[in-house]
Design a protein. Structure first.
Ligand code: ISL
Length: 567
């Protein structure tokens, strides 16, 4: 097994630049701020920094709307500062992976400006332009070329009055979808990617990359999807999730961009709706597509229909899902492991218990559960501190385009504004985007100015400075989990076996390699359980790592997690 890729033993840390660290007092995080805090990453022991978008952007979706792929947004700094950050990351023995957002651009990108200029523009075909539905006048209700519902509310089509045609945007209207059917589009993107690799970056996290191939008929038409219950639009996902040419495009990208380069690179494809079977194809090294994918099954288990209808997670559902992914990618392919990122509410509030009594233990319990699976763990900024959801009060506290669009559309459709707000609070992406809590001072050490989104008031107690020297902190526990992954080939590569699949509160599994077996047991509840009854083999086993001091050999306390070595 000497040819195991380096990332099988690595842990990735995601930085959302806007909210990480502000160096110039404008209230928005920046590249110089990230540099200033690199010690924090080194102290944690992570191997890779994934940087959410810092490219030139009108910031309609905080940088996921790019207007120039080869420039740094002045909000974040300069290209020179980027090079300095990259050099310093490398000096510390870490790697830097960029976000790659190429399903769509900003509507301010010169490509789109040129494309929209006229129906005969040479770049018209770089995006998805379509006339109104047959028999209807452009702009009339229901005249959109297809009935698809956008991820950010409303239809996926925006009418361009000047040319009388609609353009496709799966996300916000400021994020028009690129037409990957056009080879010139693909060539331009590959050239841009090579430019960043030549600059020294170590790979890409590819935004919604399984949406780049659309199911388009030979005559150019796109198809309606099944109606969505209670909505005026339909579900178009069958036409754009893992479309007909997706594997061809990723293989072409691999040939054009990655082939022949040293193996230090990392590619991870963000793929909403991807199944285990598809992921196995995407991550099979023999097919040369991507190294791993972000799947969404586990973050879809605690809502009904859409994210605005939350319900409690059933632990047995989580086990069934993770168990299938572990088994499905055991022989071929590779998993990525995450609870949190910039799009998800905070895990400790969502799957754990952020009350004062259980916050620390539930945060460390969830971390242990995740990090001991087979795959590459991703830590999202602040997760290592047990950062929790924010106490958003009114609509004015929110910033995210997804939350704001949803509020506007739901209220326009006649829903009670207070009820809509109540549904947004626990799930808004803004929960993940409050500034990192560095210390107990006024703006948590994030900025000397006014932060672009309010700092969580709990930073007085929950912050990096307080945790750095506390051996029982959430931070210390993450450090220990990362060190264990680095040290243990069983954690990196061991076979996974789920135990107690039907238990609603205790999550247990083994990892085995070359005669060593680690047993992981996590009490995902505030009720104590008898370990002696559930897993007698664990009682006298050697403790490798736990999240509580002085564990009782016979009994699992509330939110206790243990990793033991079976004899
Ligand atoms: O966040 C979501 C649900 O709340 C997802 O639907 C999310 O939009 C989806 O996972 C795609 O996310 C990625 O692309 C978006 C961007 O807004 C997200 O921040 C990014 O992670 C469009 O670029």
């Amino acid at each position: 097994m000497t040819d195991t890729p380096w990332w099988t033993s690595a842990v990735v840390y995601q930085v959302y630049p806007r909210s990480f660290m502000d160096s110039d007092g404008d209230g928005i995080g920046d590249l110089a701020g990230i540099r200033h805090r690199l010690d924090h990453l080194a102290d944690l022991g992570v191997d890779v920094l994934w940087l959410s978008p810092v490219y030139a952007s009108p910031q309609a979706d905080n940088g996921y709307d790019i207007s120039d792929y080869q420039a740094i947004d002045p909000t974040f700094g300069t290209l020179e500062q980027f090079d300095e950050l990259l050099a310093e990351v490398h000096e510390r023995g870490m790697k830097l992976v960029m976000d790659l957002v190429v399903n769509h651009t900003s509507d301010q990108h010169p490509w789109f400006q040129e494309s929209r200029a006229s129906r005969t523009s040479p770049k018209r075909d770089w995006y998805w332009w379509r006339p109104a539905r047959a028999g209807l006048t452009a702009g009339a209700p229901g005249a959109e070329p297809t009935n698809w519902h956008s991820f950010f509310s409303g239809p996926t089509w925006e009418l361009d009055e000047a040319s009388g045609e609609y353009y496709l945007h799966l996300f916000d209207r400021t994020q028009p979808d690129l037409n990957w059917e056009n080879p010139q589009v693909r060539e331009a993107i590959y050239a841009m990617m090579r430019w960043w690799l030549d600059r020294g970056v170590d790979g890409f996290r590819m935004d919604v990359i399984n949406m780049i191939s659309k199911d388009v008929a030979p005559d150019g038409s796109l198809h309606d999807g099944p109606p969505l219950p209670g909505a005026p639009y339909g579900d178009g996902s069958a036409s754009y999730l893992c479309g007909p040419r997706i594997h061809e495009f990723l293989q072409e990208m691999h040939r054009e961009v990655f082939a022949g380069r040293p193996e230090r690179l990392l590619t991870v494809g963000e793929m909403p709706g991807v199944t285990v079977e598809q992921a196995r194809l995407f991550t099979d090294p023999a097919r040369a597509e991507v190294d791993m994918v972000f799947q969404f099954e586990h973050v879809g288990l605690d809502f009904d229909g859409d994210k605005w209808h939350a319900r409690p997670l059933r632990l047995t559902d989580l086990k069934a899902s993770f168990g299938r992914w572990q088994a499905g990618l055991a022989e071929v392919g590779w998993n990525s492991l995450y609870w949190d990122n910039h799009d998800q509410p905070r895990a400790v509030s969502r799957f754990g218990d952020d009350s004062p009594e259980h916050r620390r233990d539930s945060a460390t319990c969830l971390a242990t559960l995740l990090h001991l699976h087979r795959g590459t763990p991703y830590v999202y900024q602040g997760e290592e501190l047990g950062m929790a959801n924010a106490p958003f009060a009114t609509l004015a506290d929110f910033r995210d385009v997804e939350s704001l669009n949803h509020f506007a559309q739901a209220v326009a459709a006649g829903h009670d504004p207070e009820a809509v707000l109540a549904a947004i609070r626990p799930v808004s992406r803004d929960n993940a985007r409050t500034p990192v809590q560095w210390d107990a001072t006024e703006h948590a050490g994030f900025t000397t100015g006014t932060p672009w989104i309010a700092v969580n008031p709990d930073h007085r107690e929950w912050n990096a400075a307080a945790q750095r020297t506390d051996p029982r902190s959430v931070l210390a526990h993450h450090r220990a989990l990362i060190a264990l992954r680095h040290a243990s080939r069983t954690v990196q590569l061991g076979d996974f076996t789920m135990l107690l699949p039907g238990h609603e509160e205790v999550y247990a599994f083994t990892r085995s390699l070359d005669g060593e077996t680690l047993l992981v047991v996590c009490n995902v509840s505030a009720t104590a359980h008898s370990l002696a009854d559930l897993l007698p083999a664990a009682v006298d086993a050697e403790l490798v790592l736990g999240n509580l001091p002085d564990p009782d050999p016979l009994r699992l306390a509330a939110w206790e997690a243990r990793v033991v070595r079976l004899p």
